[in-house]
Design a protein around this ligand. Sequence first.
Ligand SMILES: [Zn+2]
Length: 296
Amino acid sequence: MLTPDIEGQKYVLVYALHAGSFYLPDKEVFEDSLEAKTGSQVPSFAFLIEHDVHGRLMFDPGLRKHGQGYPPAWEETLQEFTVDCPRDVVDLLEEGGVSPSSIRTVVYSHLHFDHVGDLAPFTSAEVILGGEAAELMEDTYPRNPDSLWQEFPAGHKVCYIDFETDQRGLSPLGSFNRAVDFFRDGSLYLLDAPGHFPGHLAALARVSTNKFVLLAADCCHNRLCYNPGHRLISRENYHDVQVARDTVQRLKIMDRTEGVLVILAHERERLDEMPLFPNSLNHRAQTQIGKKTNAS
Ligand SMILES: [Zn+2]
């Protein structure tokens, strides 16, 4: 059960940005494809979230422009995952009239190359990560030339979510064990979504009366893994695959919960199904949630 709306409930506007795409081998996605040589081009979605008091937040800045500017340790991965990103999230925001310097908060679901983007233009942003990512950020590029994790540009406040001690904590929230009520008004929750990467986060945004969009990042990498859910996630692409499979089970329950629309970071079908920035997806999300509710 998700927390119901309260009197004077605050909502957020959610905008999806198609921040490039890349080739994702099937062996990284499905357990039944470990030997496969096939794969597909998938989008990397970034999300802008607007709150009328707390301002603008980015959930995952997506790919870096032309796939360039990453620590050299990513080189082999980048060759396999051929990045196509002629316009990055900063270009898209600026084309839509939003200056990256106006973004107050950048939440990283996790630190993989297709999510971190280029933080430098987000000059005013506090950076939020899952607590288990803190250890990785103690050993960053370029101080360690072999590190995959790029040092944050100077001047950013960085905050690691500790679900155990955070005063905004809730346990559980829906089918997920742990969450924080990020703005303390029930409009946006960050969810502990472990398994793919240390400290992996998802976000649950309240978009209208008892209706939510669940930005599930890389809980899984294909819709078929959560809806209908018959394809098992691959052991190749998950830090702790057993924990990740448990998280996918929780995601399946959320997907079947009335009023919730799940969107993965690389969910190809969403390219045709949802409006992209500068249009918000609030209205479409409400329509799709309505259809799902009627069908069930
Ligand atoms: Zn990803």
